[in-house]
Ligand binder design. Sequence first.
Ligand SMILES: [Zn+2]
Length: 438
Amino acid sequence: MRDPDALPDALPDARPAAEIEIPELPADALPEIDAARLWDRHMAMAKIGARPVGGVHRLALDADDIAAHRQLADWALARGFSVALDPVGNMFLRREGADPGAAPVVSGSHCDSQPTGGRFDGIYGVLCALEAMETAEDRGIVTRRPLECVIWVNEEGSRFRPGCMGSEVYAGLLGLNAALAKVGDDGGILGDGVADLRAALPEAGARALGTPFHALLEAHIEQGPLLEAGGELIGVVDRVQGHRRLAISVIGREDHSGGAPLSLRKDAFVDAIEVCRGLADLCRDPSDVLRFTFGRFTVTPNAVSVVPGRVDMILDLRHPSQDELTRLGDLVAAEAAGFAKLCDVGVEDTSWHAPVRFSASVQAAYGRAADRRGYARRGIDSGGGHDARWFPGRWPTGMLFIPCEAGISHNPAENVDPAHAAAGAQVMADVMLELAMT
Ligand SMILES: [Zn+2]
């Protein structure tokens, strides 16, 4: 069945919000971050939900994820920053500005993980934002605008689906009640998890959903190999590629595996393989830009002595071009049935996210900051979805990437060079300060 909340997700407006002026500050107004503190905090966070084989297991709103929120709040409160939760469980750590009525400069990411997650996915962007706020605090810098670190709830979607849920609700693209009612794989309800989080953070004030930002920034590990291969420290993200998911069902007939002769069978599994192979050939992309994945494959009844009567598959297509996603998805829908020899085939769109482009002025500010610090940089597209993807149509939004070792992520082996972590945090701090001064 299609989940109505996961449906037509094509963004209503993928055009960027109005651009803003980001003044360049003199180098002596931009302090150096504390790289040792930044690294120590990563190591401290990696202990929360640590797994014996390495990496972390912190599923959204489970006990470890809540403990991670508590640790972040403790660090913030110790510096006199305030803590607030919105109704879906997004957490905001705030350093006040000279003009508390001014829209804040917001930066952050997530602290939940995949079941076999690494030590840097998500938490890196959170700790960069907190480090920028602490650096300003260390130096007594008064910004006009408040600085905020946001921890978006349920980014990974590995317990409650879909992912990037907290940010989607904040952006007004998914209803609050629909999100709170989500039931996780373990039977837990998202709304109960939010209540647990609130109970663990009695100091937290209330934040209204959709409260405007001056700008939204997000730092993240690349989760791909390009920066490492090119020797760049900073990836200035231009676009998040779009994705289109199609549910393909192959309907055959269940039969006794000992009784039914091959000549009389309608084996859904055998035909599903033909459909997969045919579609893979159809979508072959010599430029190697398209991402084409059958990530879920469900055989029914999946019993050793029964000829499979039905196979359900999800085809996940990703591409930076909306036109190409439209063309390929339509082609799949039109041609899939033709590859099956005996079975019926149904194709249905389940979700469709348009590609989004980040703010040109934020990209320029990241580039300028990297150049000023002498960090090699390049423009890059994001292969994965991130929380920032929902906001370019609302407020100026931009992401930056740092390299991760061998491009490995969503894996206990995920690793980052401390010097690269510091470089990305420095660029983030510089741009947050520049944005907060006007
Ligand atoms: Zn992430």
